[in-house]
Design a protein. Sequence first.
Length: 240
Amino acid sequence: MSNQSSRLSSTVLEAAVRSVGERIAASPDCINSFRLTEHNVFRELAACILGGQVTFEQALAATNRLRDVEVVKAVRSKTRRASLVRGVQNALRGDLNKCTGYRFWRTRSVFIVDSAFGIYRDGDGLLPILRQTKDQKRTRECVVALAKGIGPKQASLFLRNVGYGDELAILDCHVLRFMHYVGLCRELPKSVGNIRAYEALERILSIYARGFGWGLQILDQAIWISMRVALKMTLCPSLR
């Protein structure tokens, strides 16, 4: 692709992001519909554990399978770890792998149960952790340390979903690819597991967001939607 074509595609893509972002900014905030209970908050954490390194559709299918497993209640009632792992695995396996290609039901089951034991056997739960500081980056570090199998991206997604992460970026593959495509980073990172490297890219994206007059919460959603459409429609062939 020529430099001129690349600049043209970049301009088209940024225009799409602006259009989508303006619609998001004009829509009412849906976070108020989330009932902030310990059960719901842990379920969001489990969903983010299930969502790493898989597609959105696979993560959603796995999360729906987990819906009826009372992990928090089981831990608090002193259910044995091995028994609880089996219960989560039974909920996840079925035909999940056959239907969606979700390959991680064994390991993610262990991560979910181990996270629950770490949070509820010796602590008061996730809500006190979320409420103890207004520093979202420190809270994210705490979530990464407590929860098994997630890094800063999934921790940011968790905090965003429960209403505590509007200042954090969700640097998934679509956002990272966009950042590289429009020149915000020289090389395309495959993933960003290191928290300091993650924060460096997050700062760049935050500055970029100000050019639209938005925060990160609107920008990365707009990028995610626009990139998925662009990839499906091959509007920007070099993105593939």
